[in-house]
Design a protein around this ligand. Structure first.
Ligand SMILES: CC(C)(COP(=O)(O)OP(=O)(O)OC[C@H]1O[C@@H](n2cnc3c(N)ncnc32)[C@H](O)[C@@H]1OP(=O)(O)O)[C@@H](O)C(=O)NCCC(=O)NCCS
Length: 185
């Protein structure tokens, strides 16, 4: 499950590996850059511009620490030793999701590495992990207005399952919809 996997895209190799606590800072940097690149026009500029890597690093350190028993794994994509993407996952937060199930909490790739297969490799790594662990359903939440990410998930075989909620983030608010992937044994 923790095997390192090499992708060779446009002669620029990347590696997918399991994330650890030491990756909290790099993940926070990719997350903040990702929010600021992908959510302009979805969330307010004021909210996005106020995002700070330091604060996100603390949150990611806590989240990664919860993976002590392997129950909430994240993986990073590295290029030339630098983290350029990540995916995090764990138990589903919604009670209406049929078990056994897991959730993809976040997936981000730095904008300069978009459309080079890193997102696909990250998501496939997480899906393969949870399939091997017995999950039959995977879910994730995405902003309804995030058309590129929705196209990505649909290309990966995910479909909207009717779930819908308003996400309140301080001064910002946006509608999220839930996507689902059914896994065969
Ligand atoms: C969504 C995201 C993770 C996808 O990662 P990526 O590395 O760019 O995706 P891949 O190159 O692996 O794309 C795989 C396939 O998904 C589809 N796809 C990916 N991005 C797409 C886009 N912008 N528009 C349409 N289809 C897209 C394509 O079918 C693509 O295959 P192709 O390039 O051979 O046509 C990345 O764009 C990202 O970080 N976006 C900003 C953050 C975000 O919105 N995350 C989701 C939060 S819920």
């Amino acid at each position: 499950m923790d095997a390192r996997r090499i992708g060779d895209v446009d002669a620029q190799a990347f590696v997918i590996r399991r994330a650890g606590l030491a990756d909290a800072r790099a993940i926070a940097e990719v997350a903040v850059a990702g929010w600021q690149a992908a959510y302009r026009g979805i969330l307010s500029d004021a909210f996005l511009d106020a995002m700070r890597v330091d604060a996100r690093e603390v949150a990611w350190r806590e989240r990664l620490a919860r993976d002590v028993d392997g129950g909430a794994p994240a993986w990073v994509a590295e290029r030339a030793g630098h983290v350029v993407g990540f995916v995090s996952s764990g138990p589903p937060r919604d009670e209406d999701v049929p078990l056994p199930a897991s959730e993809i909490y976040a997936i981000y790739v730095l904008a300069e590495s978009w459309r080079q297969g890193l997102g696909r490799s990250l998501l496939q790594t997480a899906v393969a992990h949870w399939r091997a662990g017995g999950a039959r359903t995977l879910v994730l939440w995405v902003f309804e207005a995030n058309a590129p990410a929705r196209a990505f998930y649909e290309a990966m075989g995910w479909q909207p399952d009717g779930g819908r909620q308003a996400l309140e983030l301080g001064s910002a608010s946006a509608i999220e919809i839930r996507y689902r992937l059914r896994l065969s044994a």
